[in-house]
Design a protein around this ligand. Structure first.
Ligand code: NAP
Length: 245
């Protein structure tokens, strides 16, 4: 992968940040995308200083088509090509169905699902010309098992899995593979905010008896991004400690 370029959305912290660092460690130039300009640029500078590769920090709201277009233009201006896209940016806005506001549904679907659609649409234009590409979508175990309070989030992630399979079929002939990684319970800011009681209950459901780390997820993403993984497409790798099999 050395010398390739990866765009990772939502990569100033959490799973995206660790993934960006793992790419950087392997000599891949990384584009750090975040909805906040300052944190995107800070993360890009830190990763550049630590790993000695080229980075670019960009502000973009992945649910905004114009932001996404500009983000790809800026990335191409600097790196000329993009081989890897990780659709990682995601949010939760939990509520039981009866109390869920339209805005909570829309925000989650727009960022988690439409965001991946917009970024993939730009990416395949570039990757089709290269006749090579790796698109990796970050789904979730809840797409497969459901989760009370997450009707918006689980639907967005299930949509992402279906989108993964469709794009895998559409772009196989161009040398582009499209796969998903479905994390279980991973320790990040997203899960830190859950009540202790919920965390205790979750732990009981995990045969490996621990929550996952961002590295557990990043390792699966790196594997799918390797040139050697070119015969794997339309698949979901579950990284959940056995929570769902
Ligand atoms: P996180 O720590 O909350 O990080 C999410 C990142 O996405 C942040 O950098 C955030 O930016 C960014 N972001 C939010 N909205 C955005 C937007 N509209 N445009 C661009 N960037 C945006 O989350 P995480 O736990 O690392 O999760 C990463 C992915 O894994 C998500 O798709 C999540 O659904 C999925 N996942 C996580 C878990 C888990 O247990 N943690 C489990 C299954 C799946 P700011 O920092 O500026 O807000």
């Amino acid at each position: 992968m050395k010398g390739q370029t990866a765009i990772i959305t939502g990569s100033s912290r959490g799973i995206g940040r660790t993934t960006a660092e793992e790419f950087a460690k392997r000599g891949v130039n990384v584009v750090i995308v975040d909805i906040d300009d300052t944190v995107a640029k800070e993360a890009a500078e830190e990763i550049k200083a630590k790993f000695g590769i080229e980075t670019l920090g960009l502000k973009a709201d992945v649910s905004n088509a114009n932001d996404v277009k500009i983000m790809f233009e800026e990335a191409i201006k600097k790196f000329e090509k993009i081989e890897i896209l990780v659709n990682n940016a995601g949010i939760t806005k939990d509520n039981l169905l009866i109390r869920m506001k339209d805005e909570e549904w829309d925000a989650v679907l727009n960022i988690n699902l439409k965001g991946a659609f917009l970024c993939s649409r730009e990416a395949v234009k570039i990757m089709s010309k290269l006749k090579y590409g790796r698109i990796i979508n970050i789904a979730s175990v809840v797409a497969f098992i459901g989760n009370p309070g997450q009707v918006n989030y689980s639907a967005s992630k299930a949509g992402l899995v279906a989108m993964t399979k469709t794009l895998a079929k559409e772009y196989a002939s161009r040398g582009i593979t499209v796969n998903a990684v479905a994390p279980g319970f991973i320790q990040t800011a997203m899960t830190d905010k859950l009540p202790e009681k919920v965390k205790e209950e979750m732990l009981k459901m995990i045969p490996l008896s621990r929550f996952g780390t961002t590295n557990d997820v990043a390792n699966a993403i790196i594997f799918l991004a390797l040139p050697e993984s070119g015969y794997i497409t339309g698949q979901v790798i579950h990284v959940n400690g056995g929570m769902y099999m």
